[in-house]
Write a protein that binds this ligand. Structure first.
Ligand SMILES: Nc1ncnc2c1ncn2[C@@H]1O[C@H](COP(=O)(O)OP(=O)(O)O)[C@@H](O)[C@H]1O
Ligand SMILES: [Mg+2]
Length: 234
């Protein structure tokens, strides 16, 4: 171990930890961005299942889709997901509909953080929020949005959990604040090459970590996602 090395949290995606000095920094918040179908939700489940396999309690907070439906998708590549749900090592939270029923509005970051605090009291090490884009932040004024988002991220980090915030990448300029505030930004690419769609992963930002900024191939196999070591020539 080199001087200054920290304990790292594995992403659970084969091939990825190797390009970020062993993994993520515990207790920090990471943004996972990419277009629909790029693999964001699956990427989040790799991270959660890695923790559950180590005996940790982890949580998936779904803001739009029924998390039980998401689990059915994940069964395709890891049947143990159902086992961890059954043993409550993997906790599922349907935050959107619960909060919508209460307020009849899109949930605000404060109401989501309130629910997450209750969840974290039960002892959580990893959390995935899918998607961040379904939570309401004041959008009118960029300075105000950044301040509120900073409070949300600080609130998450105070819970002591390592978190993924998943965001749909539809308009790059919408996510400027998020990019500044989180400890790392992992971008999933999904693009057309020779008549078919190709997936890639790119580390845009990773605090305290020496990393390559190239796009690496991200492949879907019957075991889920896999990062190949050779960067893609784009
Ligand atoms: N076994 C598989 N092999 C290849 N592609 C798959 C497989 N399972 C799912 N996919 C693809 O992955 C997509 C879903 O990935 P997901 O993690 O939900 O992406 P996102 O959350 O970014 O929309 C599916 O729409 C499908 O295109
Ligand atoms: Mg998704």
């Amino acid at each position: 171990m080199k001087a200054g090395d920290l304990e790292r949290v594995s992403t659970g995606v084969p091939g990825l930890d190797e390009i970020i000095e062993g993994g993520l920094i515990p207790g920090k918040t990471y943004l996972i961005v990419g277009p629909p179908g790029s693999g964001k939700t699956t990427f989040g489940f790799h991270f959660l299942l890695q923790g559950a396999r180590r005996g940790e309690t982890v949580a998936y907070a779904s803001l739009v889709v029924d998390p039980n439906e998401v689990v059915k998708d994940m069964l395709r590549f890891d049947p143990s997901v159902q086992v961890y749900v059954g043993s409550k090592k993997l906790r599922l939270f349907d935050l959107g509909p619960i909060l919508w029923r209460e307020s009849s509005h899109v949930p605000t970051w404060k109401s989501v953080l309130f629910r997450l605090r209750e969840i974290a009291e039960e002892g959580l090490s990893r959390l995935v929020i899918d998607p961040l884009t379904a939570i309401e932040f004041p959008m009118g004024n960029p300075a105000e949005k950044r301040a509120e988002l900073a409070r949300f991220i600080r609130g998450l980090e105070d819970l002591g959990v390592t978190s993924y915030l998943i965001a749909e990448l539809t308009d790059m300029s919408r996510y400027t604040e998020e990019h500044y505030l989180v400890s790392g930004v992992i971008m999933l690419h999904y693009f057309l090459r020779n008549g078919r769609m190709i997936r890639g992963v790119q580390i845009l930002k990773m605090r305290r970590t020496k990393h390559d900024t190239a796009v690496f191939p991200l492949e879907f196999t019957h075991r889920g996602l896999l990062v190949k070591g050779e960067s893609l020539p784009i």
